[in-house]
Write a protein that binds this ligand. Structure first.
Ligand SMILES: Cc1ncc(C[n+]2csc(CCOP(=O)(O)OP(=O)(O)O)c2C)c(N)n1
Ligand SMILES: [Mg+2]
Length: 406
C-alpha cells in the first residue's frame, strides 16, 4: 500500500440520493436546521469550508525550505502524522467491535495541526487540549499502547483507565489533558501560564480548542487575562468549521474567527493553513518565541477539517455537510500532500514511505493487542484518586470510608 487508505466506514452512510438538509431559511449553509441561527441569514464569513482557501493560505507562508529542518527532522513530521492516522483507523475498527466504551472523537484529517504545533515544544512546556486528543497524546510522546489501553479503559492506559477517549493525561510529559466541557480548559491554561511567569520560568503553555469555543465566556475571559497580564500561552483554535452538527457560520457573529483575538490589545492573532504541517510549525515557532522571550500570548486560528463525523455516532456526511465538501477537503489530505513535498524535494522515497506506513500499521495493531490483554482496573480503584493522599501541614486524612469499601 502506498497511500493511507480511506478510514473505515462508520456504517452510517446516508441512503443513496439523499440530499443534506438545509436551514429553514433556505440559506444553503448546510447547517443542521436547528437553533437560533435560523431567524437571521448568517453572513458569509471567510471561514466557509467550501471556499478554496487552503491553497491561498499555503501560498502566503514560505515553508518550502523545510524551515531549516534536517532531512530526518522533516521526515519525522510525516512519520508522526501517519502514526496518528493509523492508530485512529484502528481505533474506529475496534470501536465498532465494541472494545471501546463511551464517546470517541477521531482526529483524522487534522493531523498536520497536532504535529506542526506540538513538535516544536520543549519537553518542559505545557500542553492542554479538548476531548479530540488521541493524536495530541501520541505526538506528545504517550505510546500507542498507552493511548489504546486508555481507550479500552485498562490499567495500562495513560490515565489508568479512568479517563477513556476524552481524558488522556501524562504528568511526566506535561500533558495536562483531555477536557470534555467545551471551553473549560482555557482558564486552566491561563493558570499554567501564570504559574510559569510567577516562578520566573520560560516555558509556554499550548492550549488547543475547537471553533465552538469562540462563543463561550471563558474564551474571552482567558484571552483578556492573558493579554493584560502578559502570559506565555498559545491559544490554538482548530477551526474545522463545525461544532458537532452546527456550522460555525450559523452561530458566530464574526466574518473571521481570528477577529475575536484582535479585540485584545497585546494578543497577537494570526491565521494559518491547518492542512499544511510546515505552515503550522512555522507559525508555532514564532508564537513560542513570543511566549518564551517576551511573555506575550498568541491566538492562532488554524483552518482545517475532520474527515470523519463528530464522533463515532455521527456519519461523515449526509446530514449537515455534503459528500462533495468532504471529498474536496480529502483531496488536500495533509499526509499525502506532505509526502509529495518530501518526495519532490528528494528527502523521501516512495519505498521509505511504504515502510514507514507499514510500521505505523503494525504499531497500531500491536497497540490494540496490548490493550486487549491489559487488565481492567480493580473495582476498588474507583475510590482511588478521589482525594489527595497527602494533605499539607500534616493534617490526617479522613479515609475510614475508603478502607471499608476496598
Ligand atoms: C459547555 C458544553 N456545552 C456543550 C457540550 C456538548 N458538546 C460536545 S462537543 C461539542 C462541539 C464542540 O465543537 P468544537 O469546539 O468545534 O470541537 P470539534 O468537535 O470540532 O473538535 C459540543 C457542543 C459540551 N461538551 N460542553
Ligand atoms: Mg469544530
Amino acid at each position: 500500500m502506498s497511500e493511507p487508505t480511506e478510514p473505515v466506514a462508520t456504517g452510517q452512510e446516508p441512503p443513496a440520493g439523499q440530499e443534506p438538509p438545509r436551514g429553514r431559511d433556505g440559506d444553503g449553509m448546510g447547517g443542521n436546521g436547528a437553533g437560533a441561527g435560523e431567524t437571521a441569514a448568517p453572513r458569509e464569513p471567510a471561514t466557509a469550508p467550501d471556499e478554496d482557501r487552503a491553497g491561498e493560505l499555503a501560498a502566503e507562508g514560505d515553508s518550502t525550505d523545510f524551515l531549516g529542518l534536517s532531512r530526518d527532522e522533516s521526515v519525522e513530521l510525516l512519520r508522526l502524522m501517519i502514526l496518528a492516522r493509523r492508530v485512529e483507523e484502528k481505533t474506529a475498527e475496534v470501536y465498532q467491535m465494541g472494545k471501546i466504551g463511551g464517546f470517541c472523537h477521531l482526529y483524522i484529517g487534522q493531523e498536520a495541526v497536532a504535529v506542526g504545533a506540538i513538535t516544536p515544544l520543549r519537553s518542559d512546556d505545557y500542553l492542554i487540549t479538548a476531548y479530540r486528543e488521541h493524536a495530541q497524546a501520541l505526538v506528545r510522546g504517550i505510546t500507542p499502547e498507552s493511548v489504546m489501553s486508555e481507550l479500552y479503559g485498562r490499567v495500562d492506559g495513560c490515565s489508568g483507565g479512568y479517563g477513556g477517549s476524552m481524558h488522556m493525561f501524562s504528568k511526566e510529559l506535561n500533558f495536562m489533558g483531555g477536557h470534555g466541557i467545551v471551553g473549560s480548559h482555557l482558564p486552566l491554561a491561563i493558570g499554567a501560564a501564570y504559574a510559569v511567569r510567577y516562578r520566573g520560568g520560560d516555558q509556554v503553555c499550548l492550549c488547543f480548542f475547537g471553533d465552538s469555543v469562540v462563543n463561550i465566556g471563558a474564551f474571552h475571559e482567558s484571552m483578556n487575562m492573558a493579554a493584560r497580564w502578559g502570559l506565555p500561552v498559545i491559544f490554538f483554535l482548530e477551526n474545522n468549521a463545525y461544532g458537532m452538527g452546527t456550522d460555525i457560520r450559523r452561530v458566530a457573529a464574526a466574518d473571521e474567527l481570528v477577529q475575536r483575538g484582535k479585540a485584545f490589545a497585546g494578543l497577537e492573532s494570526v491565521v494559518v493553513d491547518g492542512m499544511d504541517v510546515l505552515a503550522v510549525r512555522q507559525i508555532m515557532d514564532e508564537a513560542i518565541a513570543r511566549g518564551r522571550n517576551e511573555k506575550r500570548p498568541t491566538f492562532i486560528e488554524a483552518r482545517c477539517y475532520r474527515y470523519m463525523g463528530h464522533s463515532m455516532a455521527d456519519p461523515s456526511h449526509g446530514t449537515y455537510r455534503t459528500r462533495e465538501e468532504v471529498e474536496k477537503w480529502r483531496s488536500d489530505d495533509p499526509i499525502l500532500s506532505y509526502r509529495r513535498r518530501l518526495i519532490d524535494a528528494g528527502r523521501l522515497t516512495a519505498g521509505e514511505y511504504d515502510e514507514m506506513d507499514r510500521t505505523a500499521i503494525e504499531k497500531a495493531e500491536g497497540a490494540a493487542e496490548f490493550a486487549d490483554a491489559s487488565p481492567f482496573p480493580e473495582p476498588s480503584a474507583v475510590y482511588e484518586n478521589v482525594y489527595s493522599d497527602e494533605y499539607a501541614h500534616g493534617i490526617a486524612r479522613r479515609d475510614r470510608w475508603r478502607k471499608e469499601f476496598s
